[in-house]
Design a binder for this molecule. Structure first.
Ligand code: S3P
Length: 170
């Protein structure tokens, strides 16, 4: 079966909804950040602080290639996976790519207490940081053909929408 690849900004529900929908579709759930952390034996925050973002992006790129070569997966990607167009091309070949959209305010509300996302741990006001980063990446997320706007959805509703999309396309 084709992979279901969930792309989207931090706080867009990729992991939460992906975990719910995967077993309904008979897919194995994989969270890219979790897998990178397991293999590296350290958190994403530590990878960023010890070796920098470019090193993390290379790990991410390598993992995209590895997962895109497999089938039957529901993959929750990290929010920055869209920064490399090659990542999206590889995933498009391996299955159905869906962008989980989230508006800036909802993304802020959902991520404001978590401390594990290095790109949000800056001196800038966090709400402004979320809005700026989302605005910068929005064209990349918007370019993905299949979209589910998670902003007003519960995780359950988001999983239902993803399930419908996948069943229509597979
Ligand atoms: C990132 C998002 C994070 C993680 C890393 C970088 C990004 O994943 O990969 O902190 O660039 O948007 P989530 O989207 O799962 O939080």
């Amino acid at each position: 079966m084709k992979n279901l690849v969930l792309v989207g900004f931090m706080g867009s529900g990729k992991t939460a909804a992906g975990r719910l929908v995967a077993p309904r579709l008979g897919l194995k759930f994989v969270d890219m950040d979790d897998l990178i952390e397991q293999r590296q034996g350290r958190t994403i925050a530590r990878i960023f602080s010890e070796q920098g973002e470019p090193f993390f992006r290379q790990l991410e790129r390598d993992l995209v290639r590895e997962l895109a070569a497999q089938q039957d997966l529901c993959i929750a990607t990290g929010g920055g996976v869209v920064l490399d167009p090659g990542n999206l091309r590889a995933f498009e070949r391996s299955g159905i790519v869906v962008c989980c959209w989230v508006d800036a305010d909802t993304a802020y509300q959902r991520t404001k207490t978590a401390r594990h996302r290095p790109l949000l741990e800056t001196d800038t006001d966090r709400r402004a940081r979320v809005a700026a980063l989302l605005a910068q990446r929005a064209p990349l997320y918007r370019a993905i053909a299949l979209q589910v706007d998670s902003s007003a959805l519960t995780v359950e509703q988001q999983a239902d929408a993803l399930e419908r999309l996948y069943r229509q396309r597979s």
